[in-house]
Design a protein. Structure first.
Lengths: 142, 87
């Protein structure tokens, strides 16, 4: 279980947080599905995850991930995290704003045969869009 | 804010669009906690980067206008004159 937790943390820290994409080859199963509500369809395998990470890091080249909590149970690992980065590339059709965004999220990984077989992430997409000025924040509706 | 309190539709919108925990500093773009207690001082380099990104469309428009002008007779003459003076 500890090994699974370490592996799940490495995906966030190293792939998304540092751009070491080859770590995905080591830890993601070839047919793994990754569910991220901000993406139009699930990512498939290590290449799908790398593409998603490249997309986020392309928009936020200085992206950092900090992990607040890890819960491991059976074949699953849940991680509560915070991401921070400066918007310097296109994201969801939004041109770079230069604004720094901070969002929280939770990722749950299911492990099988030593690799992540499926992953579900929910993160504060609305909060990021508000921070980038693409969606009004509540205080601005007045 | 008074308009929000008076208008039930706006009240619902406020509930539906919660304020994020962090918002960018309007001067430098740095992500700051909305309920932060620490005083924020803008970093000069970050503020400059932020201003450049904000001005990007204007800079691009200027570049386009300049390129267009340089292709006019007056622009071509100005380029020729500048080139001659450079030598």
């Amino acid at each position: 279980m500890q090994k699974h937790a370490e592996g799940s943390k490495r995906i966030l820290d190293e792939v998304f947080g540092a751009g070491n994409y080859e770590v995905a080859d080591e830890l993601i199963a070839a047919d793994a599905q990754g569910h991220d509500p901000a993406l139009p369809q699930p990512t498939i395998g290590p290449e799908g995850l790398k593409e998603a990470a490249r997309g986020y890091r392309g928009a936020f080249p200085d992206l950092t991930m900090s992990i607040q909590q890890v819960v491991a149970e059976g074949d699953s690992v849940a991680i509560r995290w915070t991401a921070r980065g400066t918007h310097k590339g296109d994201l969801f059709g939004i041109a770079p704003t230069g604004k720094q965004g901070t969002v929280t999220g939770i990722t749950i990984d299911r492990w099988a045969n030593g690799k992540i077989a499926e992953s579900w992430t929910n993160w504060d997409t609305l909060g990021l869009l508000q921070q980038l000025g693409a969606v009004p924040a509540a205080l601005q509706t007045a | 804010m008074d308009r929000v309190r008076e208008d039930p539709v706006r009240q619902q919108m406020s509930l539906a669009f919660p304020t994020p925990d962090h918002m960018p500093c309007p001067e430098c773009g740095e992500s700051l906690p909305v309920k932060g207690e620490t005083a924020h001082v803008c970093d000069d380099e970050r503020r400059l980067d932020y201003r450049l990104v904000e001005l990007r469309p204007e800079i691009d428009r200027f570049d386009g206008d300049l390129a267009g002008w340089l292709d006019t007779p007056a622009g071509r003459f100005a380029r020729w004159l500048a080139e001659r003076d450079r030598r």
